[in-house]
Structures are given as C-alpha cells and as structure tokens.
Design a protein around this ligand. Sequence first.
Ligand code: ZN
Length: 133
Amino acid sequence: MKKIEHIGIAVSNLEESNLIYSKLLNTQSYKTETVDSEGVITSFFKAGDTKIELLQGTNEDNAISKFINKKGEGIHHIAFEVEDILSEIKRFKKEGFKIINETPKKGADNKLICFIHPKSSMGVLIELCQEIK
Ligand code: ZN
C-alpha cells in the first residue's frame, strides 16, 4: 500500500456538491468523468497529496444510488494506491478478505480498481487502485 489515493464521497447532487467542496478545499474540481460501466459521474479535487472523489449515480440502479438510499450521503470508500493490483488481490484473498471483483476493472481517473467488501473491513468499503501506465 503506497498511500490513501483518494476518499470517495457519495453525493446526490454533483453540481451542488462541487460548489461546497470547492469552497471547503479552496480549489476547483480538476476533472469530471462519467464511468458508464458503473453508472456514476465523478468529480475530483486535489487535497494536498491525496484526492477527494465525489460520486453521483446516473440512475437508480448503481452502487452510489443504492448506498444513498440506504445510508444517505457520506463517505463511500477509501482508496489505497498499490504498485501491483494483481498481487495485492492475491494477498487479500490469502488473508481471507472478501473481494468484490477479483478481476480488476477500469475505474475513473485512469485506474485499474478492485473493491474489498466492507464486511471484511469493519464496515468500510476499500478500493485498491493502480495507475494505468
Ligand atoms: Zn474511488
């Protein structure tokens, strides 16, 4: 694990949330990206050495909308940057963690990503991400 790459926050209105987070972090969002495969729009902010990712669902049937319906807006996941996502997935499997997608998929921000089930990690959804080079 290299560092916390970003913290993902589930929001119901990306435009409003962008305004609030640009004030909070005193910087503008540097990137908005739609991830069609996940049914989400994301917006990224730099916060020093790490990032904040705001996520809004684009329909009712995606992880973010479901999360908000169940728990309301809030912290959705913590993403750790890894050097080699495949060997980390192997390691997590060996340690008994429940992995949501064993085959990494392409996420936002030019990353290969994999999620660890929150049941394995005290209620926190963990994302592993590796920069696509
Ligand atoms: Zn993320």
